[in-house]
Design a binder for this molecule. Structure first.
Ligand code: M6R
Length: 366
């Protein structure tokens, strides 16, 4: 059942080229710049005229929501708010009929997410679901939705569900941009062509496994980790830190890299591993300065960079290269080494990676 892998988590990490592909299948044909999602078509006018999109989710799904916030605002120019479902539902939130609420959930059974969407529904918002489990409670409670086709995810730590969510949300952002006329046709075509290449690039990133295992060996006894990223890689930093906490029980924090100097920098010394996601995008130069700040305090930098980077290898202690892609698609690649790093560290520490202590696969109580 684990397909020859020692753990479901590793199997699921390695399934990502396939699950991303399955989540795009029938929805994206780059060659003729064609995007199809019947649920979006059905509510085309609501989406076109949306004043605001509110995303509700928990945990890793909330991180996928943060990635979507950047993408939807960048491509479709619709204001997006991302809310922890548990906070949203108890805040007497302001919701109007012009709002669209997107609920993201792998299991489709998360109690807080379900309650948040029921609340928004009662106020007249359109509720759109991004779920993995067909026929789940959340999928049934929504007005419309798009399934992620990640297949069953058994490992408690979510991996392939995250990249499938980001994939579906990327397609939604592209469709909204197209319908609202906020993207040039040629730019959209270019982005779609890059999107089609993602599964093959994820496959390539997975080949870093041995290299990452060697890095895991060096840091497996650390008691703290910091993860830094900017822009679209900020949610990836949060996700990397969550993965490490959940399965290895190492304390880890994810931060937007620029926030470091507002406090966390005080933690940095020669014992602190700092994972910096420093791919080539418009915040690259800024992230390079953040790496220098960490180095100046003797922090041990593990940098995730774009293939061919010649600058960061000069300053970081360890460098992991992921293939180059369109800026918007980077999270689908930059998260892969972080999943593998936490997996290997947890295994080396003798942890039960598929069923970490105190956690359940779906959180059906609030
Ligand atoms: O099934 P959901 O996507 O609604 O679950 C939300 C969170 O409980 C979930 O992502 C959790 O944070 C995972 N254990 C993360 O790996």
């Amino acid at each position: 059942e684990k397909g020859g892998y020692p753990h479901f988590m590793l199997k699921e990490i390695f399934e990502q080229p396939r699950s991303i592909m399955d989540s795009m299948r029938g929805r994206l044909v780059a060659e003729n710049t064609q995007l199809t999602m019947s649920s979006i078509r059905e509510y085309e006018n609501r989406f076109k005229n949306a004043q605001r999109i509110i995303i509700v989710a928990c945990g890793t799904s909330w991180h996928a929501g943060l990635v979507a916030e950047y993408m939807i605002e960048e491509l479709a120019r619709i204001p997006v708010e991302v809310e922890y479902a548990s906070e949203f539902r108890y805040r007497n939130p302001i919701i109007t009929e012009g709002d669209i609420v997107i609920a993201i959930s792998q299991s489709g059974e998360t109690a807080d997410t379900l309650a948040a969407l029921e609340l928004a529904k009662s106020k007249g918002a359109l509720i759109f679901g991004v779920c993995n489990v067909v026929g789940s409670s959340i999928a049934r409670a929504t007005d419309a939705g798009a399934y992620t086709h990640a297949g069953p995810e058994i490992g408690v730590a979510s991996t392939k569900a995250f990249t499938a969510q980001v994939t579906v949300l990327t397609l939604i952002a592209m469709m909204l941009a197209e319908k609202r006329g906020t993207i040039e046709k040629s730019a959209l075509h270019q982005l779609m062509m890059e999107m089609e290449q993602v599964p093959a690039k994820v496959e390539k990133a997975l080949q870093l496994d041995k290299e990452i295992q060697a890095i895991a060996e060096i840091f497996k006894d650390s008691s703290n980790f910091i993860y830094l990223g900017r822009g679209l890689n900020f949610p990836v930093a949060l996700e990397g830190a969550l993965k490490l906490k959940e399965i290895s029980y190492i304390h880890a924090e994810g931060y937007p890299a620029a926030e470091m100097k507002h406090g966390p920098i005080a933690l940095i010394d020669e014992n602190m591993p700092v994972v910096v996601i420093a791919t080539k995008d418009n915040s690259y130069e800024k992230v390079v300065s953040n790496i220098q700040e960490v180095r100046a305090r003797k922090g041990r930098v593990i940098a995730i960079v774009t293939e061919g980077d010649t600058v960061i290898p000069e300053m970081a202690e360890f460098v992991i290269e992921v293939p180059e892609t369109h800026e918007v698609l980077v999270p689908l690649l930059s998260v892969i080494p972080l999943q593998l790093l936490s997996y290997h560290i947890a295994v080396m520490r003798g942890c039960n990676v598929d069923q970490p202590r105190n956690l359940a696969k779906s959180v059906t109580v609030e």
